[in-house]
Ligand binder design. Structure first.
Ligand code: DQA
Length: 142
């Protein structure tokens, strides 16, 4: 999770809901447990920190679920880092970015992602984890 998502629950609740980042992370960890996936949740307001974590994930993870917040619409460096990531990438947005201001309609991350989920709130994160688990299981059985 990228910038401003630490303020979930407090920030524009009409758009992003009342759930906090801690609630969202707990829901992801619990879904991960059900699916047999170890989930490492991180949030930063800093583009470079997100990029360093993407690089680290090259060696340590099978998938990245990323909600880069407003960096989705502005950053070229995050998509460049994602292009160097060999695993599954799911781009997430809590809100439906296409139903909002025009500047949110384009995400530079989408073209680097395996899949994009937006508009489903925290349920999108849980669905993304399920899809990752299915893909990993399918890859194992091939
Ligand atoms: C967001 C949508 C972005 O446009 C916005 O800047 C965010 C959150 C979402 O989760 O809906 O910070 O990524």
């Amino acid at each position: 999770n990228g910038p401003n998502l630490n303020l979930l629950g407090l920030r524009e609740p009409a758009v992003y809901g009342r759930e906090t980042l801690a609630d969202l992370e707990a829901a992801c960890r619990s879904e991960g447990e059900k699916l047999g996936l170890a989930v490492d949740c991180r949030q930063s307001n800093h583009e470079g920190a997100l990029i360093d974590w993407i690089h680290e994930a090259r060696e340590t993870t099978a998938a990245i679920l990323i909600n880069a917040g407003a960096y989705s619409h502005t950053s070229q460096a995050i998509p460049d880092a994602l292009r160097a990531y060999p695993g599954i990438i799911v781009e997430l947005h809590l809100s439906n970015i296409y139903a909002r201001e025009t500047f949110r309609h384009h995400s530079h991350i989408s073209a680097t992602a395996t899949a994009v989920i937006c508009g489903l709130g925290s349920a999108g994160y849980r669905l993304a984890l399920r899809a990752v688990a299915e893909r990993l299981a399918a890859a194992k059985s091939n």
